[in-house]
Design a protein around this ligand. Structure first.
Ligand code: CO
Length: 217
Protein backbone atom coordinates (compact mmCIF):
# COMPACT_ATOMS: atom_id res chain seq x y z
CA UNK A 1 0.00 0.00 0.00
CA UNK A 2 1.17 3.50 -0.78
CA UNK A 3 2.33 5.60 2.14
CA UNK A 4 -0.19 8.06 3.62
CA UNK A 5 -3.01 6.67 1.49
CA UNK A 6 -5.55 8.41 3.70
CA UNK A 7 -4.24 11.82 2.69
CA UNK A 8 -4.51 10.99 -1.01
CA UNK A 9 -8.04 9.72 -0.39
CA UNK A 10 -8.98 12.93 1.43
CA UNK A 11 -7.45 14.99 -1.35
CA UNK A 12 -9.44 13.14 -3.99
CA UNK A 13 -12.67 13.58 -2.06
CA UNK A 14 -11.92 17.29 -1.60
CA UNK A 15 -11.09 17.91 -5.27
CA UNK A 16 -14.24 16.07 -6.36
CA UNK A 17 -16.41 18.03 -3.92
CA UNK A 18 -14.97 21.37 -5.07
CA UNK A 19 -15.43 20.45 -8.71
CA UNK A 20 -19.00 19.26 -8.08
CA UNK A 21 -19.94 22.51 -6.35
CA UNK A 22 -18.15 24.65 -8.91
CA UNK A 23 -17.58 22.92 -12.26
CA UNK A 24 -14.41 24.08 -14.01
CA UNK A 25 -12.97 25.57 -10.81
CA UNK A 26 -9.50 24.03 -11.09
CA UNK A 27 -9.19 24.48 -14.88
CA UNK A 28 -9.99 28.16 -14.49
CA UNK A 29 -7.71 28.69 -11.49
CA UNK A 30 -4.82 26.97 -13.26
CA UNK A 31 -4.75 29.79 -15.81
CA UNK A 32 -4.03 32.56 -13.31
CA UNK A 33 -4.11 33.62 -9.68
CA UNK A 34 -5.20 37.05 -8.52
CA UNK A 35 -5.30 37.01 -4.72
CA UNK A 36 -6.09 40.30 -2.99
CA UNK A 37 -4.33 39.36 0.23
CA UNK A 38 -0.92 38.26 1.41
CA UNK A 39 -0.96 36.37 4.71
CA UNK A 40 2.21 36.19 6.80
CA UNK A 41 1.48 33.85 9.68
CA UNK A 42 2.89 31.30 12.09
CA UNK A 43 3.72 27.80 10.90
CA UNK A 44 1.62 26.36 13.77
CA UNK A 45 -0.69 23.61 12.48
CA UNK A 46 -3.58 25.08 14.45
CA UNK A 47 -3.53 28.32 12.46
CA UNK A 48 -4.39 27.30 8.88
CA UNK A 49 -4.52 30.57 6.92
CA UNK A 50 -7.16 29.88 4.26
CA UNK A 51 -9.48 28.01 6.59
CA UNK A 52 -9.55 30.71 9.27
CA UNK A 53 -10.72 33.39 6.87
CA UNK A 54 -12.86 31.11 4.73
CA UNK A 55 -10.95 31.72 1.51
CA UNK A 56 -10.62 29.27 -1.37
CA UNK A 57 -7.52 28.38 -3.38
CA UNK A 58 -6.48 31.41 -5.42
CA UNK A 59 -7.70 33.98 -2.93
CA UNK A 60 -4.86 34.16 -0.40
CA UNK A 61 -1.10 34.29 -1.01
CA UNK A 62 0.60 32.73 2.02
CA UNK A 63 3.95 32.81 3.80
CA UNK A 64 4.34 31.08 7.15
CA UNK A 65 7.26 30.61 9.52
CA UNK A 66 7.85 30.02 13.21
CA UNK A 67 6.36 32.94 15.18
CA UNK A 68 5.41 34.98 12.05
CA UNK A 69 8.70 36.84 11.97
CA UNK A 70 9.60 39.34 9.24
CA UNK A 71 13.34 39.93 8.99
CA UNK A 72 14.99 42.20 6.44
CA UNK A 73 17.64 39.60 5.60
CA UNK A 74 15.17 36.74 5.04
CA UNK A 75 15.19 36.28 1.26
CA UNK A 76 12.36 33.78 1.51
CA UNK A 77 9.91 36.17 3.15
CA UNK A 78 11.09 39.17 1.10
CA UNK A 79 10.68 37.25 -2.16
CA UNK A 80 7.12 36.34 -1.23
CA UNK A 81 6.45 39.96 -0.27
CA UNK A 82 7.90 41.30 -3.49
CA UNK A 83 6.05 38.88 -5.74
CA UNK A 84 2.78 39.49 -3.92
CA UNK A 85 3.05 43.28 -4.11
CA UNK A 86 4.87 43.91 -7.38
CA UNK A 87 3.40 41.14 -9.54
CA UNK A 88 0.15 40.00 -7.95
CA UNK A 89 -0.69 43.52 -6.73
CA UNK A 90 -2.24 42.37 -3.47
CA UNK A 91 -3.98 45.23 -1.68
CA UNK A 92 -3.54 43.94 1.84
CA UNK A 93 -0.62 42.39 3.71
CA UNK A 94 -1.87 40.69 6.86
CA UNK A 95 0.64 39.70 9.52
CA UNK A 96 -1.21 37.29 11.78
CA UNK A 97 0.16 36.10 15.08
CA UNK A 98 -1.63 33.89 17.55
CA UNK A 99 -1.98 33.62 21.30
CA UNK A 100 -0.29 30.57 22.77
CA UNK A 101 2.46 30.70 20.14
CA UNK A 102 5.10 28.08 20.95
CA UNK A 103 7.79 30.14 19.24
CA UNK A 104 7.03 33.15 21.41
CA UNK A 105 6.95 30.99 24.56
CA UNK A 106 10.30 29.47 23.65
CA UNK A 107 11.77 32.93 23.08
CA UNK A 108 10.64 33.97 26.56
CA UNK A 109 11.84 30.76 28.21
CA UNK A 110 15.24 31.11 26.58
CA UNK A 111 15.97 27.39 27.00
CA UNK A 112 18.26 26.22 24.20
CA UNK A 113 16.39 24.33 21.46
CA UNK A 114 19.05 24.36 18.77
CA UNK A 115 19.04 26.08 15.40
CA UNK A 116 15.64 27.68 15.98
CA UNK A 117 17.15 29.78 18.81
CA UNK A 118 18.77 31.96 16.16
CA UNK A 119 15.40 32.57 14.56
CA UNK A 120 13.65 33.22 17.88
CA UNK A 121 16.32 35.78 18.73
CA UNK A 122 14.17 38.18 16.68
CA UNK A 123 11.27 37.62 19.09
CA UNK A 124 13.62 38.11 22.04
CA UNK A 125 14.61 41.45 20.49
CA UNK A 126 10.94 42.42 20.60
CA UNK A 127 10.77 41.36 24.26
CA UNK A 128 13.88 43.42 25.05
CA UNK A 129 12.45 46.48 23.33
CA UNK A 130 9.23 46.23 25.37
CA UNK A 131 10.66 45.07 28.70
CA UNK A 132 8.75 47.66 30.77
CA UNK A 133 5.46 46.91 29.07
CA UNK A 134 5.89 43.15 29.54
CA UNK A 135 6.84 43.60 33.20
CA UNK A 136 3.28 44.85 33.86
CA UNK A 137 2.01 41.34 33.11
CA UNK A 138 2.37 38.32 35.36
CA UNK A 139 5.10 35.95 34.19
CA UNK A 140 3.51 33.00 32.39
CA UNK A 141 0.55 32.93 30.00
CA UNK A 142 -0.40 36.60 30.53
CA UNK A 143 3.08 37.88 29.69
CA UNK A 144 3.45 35.45 26.80
CA UNK A 145 0.16 36.63 25.33
CA UNK A 146 1.28 40.24 25.60
CA UNK A 147 4.49 39.36 23.77
CA UNK A 148 2.41 37.69 21.04
CA UNK A 149 0.60 41.02 20.64
CA UNK A 150 3.79 43.11 20.61
CA UNK A 151 5.55 40.67 18.30
CA UNK A 152 2.90 40.85 15.59
CA UNK A 153 2.98 44.66 15.71
CA UNK A 154 6.77 44.77 15.39
CA UNK A 155 6.72 42.27 12.51
CA UNK A 156 4.03 44.28 10.73
CA UNK A 157 6.19 47.39 11.16
CA UNK A 158 9.07 45.44 9.62
CA UNK A 159 6.85 44.79 6.59
CA UNK A 160 6.18 48.54 6.31
CA UNK A 161 9.89 49.33 6.47
CA UNK A 162 10.91 47.05 3.61
CA UNK A 163 12.00 48.77 0.41
CA UNK A 164 9.25 46.74 -1.29
CA UNK A 165 6.40 48.36 0.65
CA UNK A 166 8.08 51.78 0.73
CA UNK A 167 8.45 51.78 -3.05
CA UNK A 168 4.90 50.53 -3.59
CA UNK A 169 3.59 53.40 -1.47
CA UNK A 170 5.82 55.98 -3.15
CA UNK A 171 4.50 55.03 -6.58
CA UNK A 172 0.95 55.36 -5.28
CA UNK A 173 0.05 51.67 -5.19
CA UNK A 174 -2.94 50.89 -2.98
CA UNK A 175 -1.62 48.80 -0.12
CA UNK A 176 -2.58 48.37 3.51
CA UNK A 177 -0.55 46.48 6.13
CA UNK A 178 -2.46 44.84 8.98
CA UNK A 179 -1.57 43.18 12.27
CA UNK A 180 -4.00 40.54 13.53
CA UNK A 181 -4.05 37.98 16.30
CA UNK A 182 -5.79 34.63 16.32
CA UNK A 183 -7.02 32.93 19.49
CA UNK A 184 -6.71 29.14 19.47
CA UNK A 185 -9.41 28.75 22.12
CA UNK A 186 -12.23 30.40 20.17
CA UNK A 187 -11.04 30.44 16.56
CA UNK A 188 -11.58 34.21 16.35
CA UNK A 189 -9.36 36.91 14.87
CA UNK A 190 -8.62 40.14 16.70
CA UNK A 191 -7.51 43.51 15.30
CA UNK A 192 -4.26 44.71 16.82
CA UNK A 193 -5.12 48.33 15.92
CA UNK A 194 -2.37 48.60 13.31
CA UNK A 195 -3.37 49.21 9.70
CA UNK A 196 -1.32 51.91 7.92
CA UNK A 197 -1.95 52.64 4.23
CA UNK A 198 0.82 55.23 3.77
CA UNK A 199 4.31 55.78 5.18
CA UNK A 200 3.13 58.78 7.20
CA UNK A 201 0.65 56.61 9.10
CA UNK A 202 3.08 53.97 10.36
CA UNK A 203 4.36 55.82 13.46
CA UNK A 204 0.91 56.80 14.76
CA UNK A 205 -0.57 53.37 14.03
CA UNK A 206 2.38 51.79 15.84
CA UNK A 207 1.82 54.01 18.85
CA UNK A 208 -1.87 53.09 18.98
CA UNK A 209 -1.12 49.40 18.55
CA UNK A 210 1.40 49.12 21.36
CA UNK A 211 -0.61 51.20 23.82
CA UNK A 212 -3.86 49.26 23.40
CA UNK A 213 -5.04 45.66 23.52
CA UNK A 214 -6.41 43.79 20.49
CA UNK A 215 -10.16 43.88 19.96
CA UNK A 216 -12.72 41.60 18.35
CA UNK A 217 -14.24 43.25 15.26
CO1 CO B 1 3.06 30.13 16.67
Amino acid sequence: MRELAELFAKNRAWAEAVERANPGFFEELALQQSPRYLWIGCADSRVPANEIVGLRPGELFVHRNVANVVVHTDLNCLSVLQYAIDSLKVQHVIVCGHYGCGGVQAAVAGAPLGLVDNWLRHVQDVADRHRDDLARFEAGPARNDRLCELNVVEQAVNVCRTSIVQEAWSRGQRLMVHAWLYRLQDGRLRHVNFAPRAPGEVASEYHTAITTRPTLP
